[in-house]
Design a binder for this molecule. Structure first.
Ligand SMILES: Nc1ncnc2c1ncn2[C@@H]1O[C@H](COP(=O)(O)OP(=O)(O)O)[C@@H](O)[C@H]1O
Ligand SMILES: [Mg+2]
Length: 222
């Protein structure tokens, strides 16, 4: 909730200031994606997701081209989720932005500063962002050092998503298994007993890990 409020505040804009572009940072499975989905749901904005990986090229961030399903030697130009959000005025979420190479990320620079446009070689066009366009990205903590300074300096605020407290894990599991009634407490007891006897010192527990361990207890797999 704290993080959601921070992002909502960062996205405010006015006559003399543009919305900021927050960067979510945290371990795998702590709930970065979920936070963005919640934000889109509660704000009623359309969410466009771009999945970052090592093979993304600069042009992928703007537009790609492929042979058309209609045949007749036609080509389809497909706008990326980023450009679609810029045109329609929705939220663009780049997940795992730290995995995208700096050479490709260079195209984002003009999107993230006061210019708010993107140049596409394939389209031969400059696309300006709609007033309602909002940007957010996430990276695993381990990849933050791979992000070039020209992107990091434009992505503010940096929002750390922490590993949940045990009480928060309990809440998530209870919510997830509302239908089990009294059985949930027994499940949680088994879960925490197993966790304490097997976890290494200071081992962190993400929400995803907790949900997975629960599945293994239920199915009896190791
Ligand atoms: N606060 C929460 N309440 C319920 N489920 C959660 C919560 N946070 C995370 N999860 C669940 O944990 C899993 C991992 O979350 P995800 O957002 O994909 O993590 P990340 O993007 O940080 O790797 C998903 O199944 C998600 O639905
Ligand atoms: Mg994620």
């Amino acid at each position: 909730m704290k993080e959601q409020n921070l992002i909502t505040a960062a996205w405010l804009s006015g006559s003399d200031h543009l919305p900021m572009s927050p960067l979510l940072l945290g371990g795998p499975g702590v709930g970065k994606n979920r936070l963005v989905y919640e934000l889109a749901r509660t704000s009623g904005n359309v969410l466009y997701i771009f999945q970052g990986h090592e093979d993304v090229t600069a042009e992928d961030l703007a537009c790609s081209v492929r042979f058309s399903d209609n045949g007749n030697m036609m080509m389809d130009y497909m706008l990326s989720p980023l450009v679609t959000a810029m045109i329609n005025g929705g939220i663009c979420f780049i997940d795992e932005i730290g995995k995208i190479r700096p050479r490709a990320l260079a195209l984002l620079v003009s999107v993230l500063d006061e210019r708010r446009y993107i140049d596409s070689t394939l389209l031969g066009e400059r696309v300006y962002a709609h007033d309602g366009f909002r940007f957010i990205a996430a990276t695993n903590s381990a990849d933050i050092n791979l992000l070039p300074e020209f992107i990091l300096s434009r992505m503010k605020p940096l929002i750390r998503v922490d590993y949940p407290l045990p009480a928060e894990i309990d809440d998530v599991i209870r919510e997830h298994f509302k239908g089990m009634n009294g059985e949930v407490n027994r499940l949680l007891d088994v879960f925490w007993t197993l966790w304490h006897s097997n976890a290494r010192d200071h081992q962190t527990l993400s929400v995803r890990d907790a949900l997975n361990v629960r599945t293994r207890i239920q199915t009896g797999s190791p």
